[in-house]
Write a protein that binds this ligand. Structure first.
Ligand SMILES: C[S@@+](CC[C@H](N)C(=O)[O-])C[C@H]1O[C@@H](n2cnc3c(N)ncnc32)[C@H](O)[C@@H]1O
Length: 302
């Protein structure tokens, strides 16, 4: 492991973000029991060799387990770990190192609270002999207890204009829960929406890939960590991204007025993160996750 060589803090009126250069297994030692949320995207197996180290899919589970202890020790008992990751195709077949990693973490004591999907609204173009365009990635929500801090109210979306016109036309089927027309066993009760202004989002997050070059080859959209920060880190809490890259999680934390620590072992990415925090830490973001919900289906299953 490398030793820490650089530490810089960017302040906004509501929060701070500190960038620490070094191996996160070293840097995390000073944060024992202090962190509310670790939200991160580790290097994917066998990807971007030219930019930073990455391991073979067969070795990924063991490599990731080397982060288990430092991550677990840093989190408070109510804390959460969100891992954004994607598996890989090896010799034409999907390698399941991602599933095996999550199973191995659960064997170490982590609770698998939910599997979120980041649906990419603009997936990379291309064609492959046996597969279609890759349009999504996992975000696994793990925690130290079965009841981690969770504030769904902070990610509610406006219910949208559709509800007024739909509710004006409530029919008999809408006034109580009923089975869907295709007898799938699912039902809906539209009347439950009466008087509601907001609705909970689902665990599928539809967000565009980042188009602009942020000085890093694997940047995720600000709205992705922002969603989990609002949901899983209390106000005045502490967020850590131990594979911080260009600092996207730090930008999101400052926008949400949460304190944040970013860690990366590459000094160039730390410099890029500081630059972005200064430029975007209070910038307007694309609040697509917080936009009105689309109408419910009017027939079939809900
Ligand atoms: C997938 S990138 C993260 C990109 C980031 N989500 C963003 O939006 O810019 C993973 C990062 O982890 C860093 N990294 C790899 N191993 C590390 C380690 N042991 N400690 C700290 N950083 C590490 C790499 O330098 C790389 O920048």
């Amino acid at each position: 492991m490398t030793s820490q060589t650089m530490r810089t803090t960017v302040n906004t009126p509501g929060a701070y973000c500190t960038v620490i250069q070094g191996d996160n297994r070293d840097s995390l030692k000073e944060f024992t029991d202090q962190v509310d949320l670790i939200v991160t995207s580790p290097p994917y197996a066998d990807a971007r060799h030219k930019h930073y180290d990455s391991v073979h899919p067969d070795d990924f589970v063991d490599w990731f387990l080397s982060f288990h202890e430092p991550f677990y020790a840093a989190l408070k008992p109510t804390g959460s770990l969100v891992i954004n990751i994607k598996d890989k195709v090896v010799d034409g077949v999907r390698h399941r190192f991602v599933w095996h990693t999550i199973e191995a973490l659960c064997e170490q004591g982590w609770y698998a609270i939910d599997d979120y999907i980041w649906h990419k609204t603009n997936p990379m173009p291309g064609s492959w002999p046996t597969r279609l365009r890759d349009g999504w990635e996992y975000c696994f929500h793990l925690s130290k207890s079965p009841r981690p801090y969770f504030n769904a109210d902070d990610v509610r979306k406006p219910i949208g204009d559709w509800v007024e016109s739909r509710l004006k036309k409530l029919g008999g089927n809408d006034l109580s829960r009923h089975n869907s027309v295709n007898e799938s066993g699912f039902g809906r009760d539209i009347s439950k929406w009466v008087g509601k202004d907001t609705v909970l989002p689902s665990n599928v997050l539809s967000l565009a890939l980042v188009g602009k070059n942020k000085g890093h080859p694997a940047v995720f959209p600000v709205d992705l960590p922002l969603f989990f920060i609002k949901l899983l880190c209390p106000p005045n809490g502490l967020v850590v991204d131990p594979f911080g890259g260009s600092g996207t999680s730090g930008v999101a934390a400052l926008l949400a007025d949460r304190n944040c620590i970013l860690m990366d072992n590459n000094p160039d990415y730390c410099a890029e993160a500081i630059h972005r925090l200064q430029q975007e830490g209070k910038a307007t973001f694309n609040a697509s996750l917080f936009q009105p919900e689309k109408p419910l289906p009017t027939n079939g299953s809900s």
